[in-house]
Design a protein around this ligand. Structure first.
Ligand code: SAH
Length: 227
């Protein structure tokens, strides 16, 4: 808990980079679009999104839009980050979360302020390294990053309370469901017949339940790693 409080202080220091009004506008928009969790809204208000994008694009950091981060990838739209985070933590506090698709590290940063520890994997080495630097700059230390293919899960037998996949997949890889703790939840964009929808998967004593939430647009989940 102490660790998280000091993280928050460091993140608050980043607010000076943009006017409070710009961030208020983003939060108002997220509320209008139906985000209800005050924890999620406050975390997004306090997270310096400009640290996770290229300087040339920094003036758009607090707009509710996805932005290119190179290598044909994007930093997710704040609304989607808020929605997926809200779904993941809806049932109460989580200790460990696995994220597949670190990308810019922005979603990782939001999660790291709301759960005890985040484990995140990225298949593109350059993005993995850039995200590590940005997360360090944001003062977040409860994050473990790996440059690996998320189709095979986290490379231990660890179980996670939550799993968030930030690239679209035809189905939820078995290696990920096998790393989900009992009563754990997965938020994943699933693609079927060219259409993507956000899906909430829950592991219960009697098996897995699936709930389709809303249409989304994500880059595809690919196989293997590149430098
Ligand atoms: N949450 C990120 C989203 C980035 S886009 C953000 O807001 O910045 C999705 C990311 O998933 C990309 O960086 C892409 O390289 C990564 N990705 C795609 N397939 C993957 C896989 N099999 N394993 C790990 N990462 C993957």
């Amino acid at each position: 808990m102490l660790e998280k409080q000091s993280n928050n202080e460091q993140l608050h220091a980043g607010i000076g980079m943009t006017s409070a009004r710009t961030r208020d506008r983003l939060i108002d928009r997220l509320k209008q679009r139906g985000i209800q969790s005050s924890h999620v809204l406050e975390t997004i208000r306090n997270t310096p999104r400009h640290l996770f994008i290229e300087e040339a694009m920094a003036h758009k950091a607090y707009e509710d839009t996805a932005l290119p981060i190179g290598f044909d990838q994007t930093i997710s739209q704040p609304y989607i980050v808020a929605r997926m985070t809200e779904l993941l933590i809806q049932a109460g506090p989580l200790r460990t979360v696995l994220e597949v698709g670190t990308g810019s590290g922005y979603q990782t940063a939001v999660l790291a302020q709301l759960v005890d520890r985040v484990f995140s994997v990225e298949r593109i080495g350059a993005l993995h390294q850039r995200a590590a630097a940005a997360l360090q700059q944001a003062g977040l230390s409860n994050v473990n990053l790996r440059h690996t293919d998320g189709n095979t899960g986290w490379p231990t037998t660890m179980k996670f309370d939550g799993i968030m996949v930030t690239a679209a997949s035809k189905s939820l890889p078995k290696s990920l469901t096998s790393q989900l703790a009992m009563n754990g939840r997965v938020v994943i964009p699933v693609e079927q017949e060219g259409e993507q929808a956000l899906c909430l998967v829950r592991r219960t004593e009697s098996g897995f339940t699936h709930e389709l939430i809303e249409p989304v647009h994500f880059v595809p989940m690919l196989k293997g790693v590149i430098d």
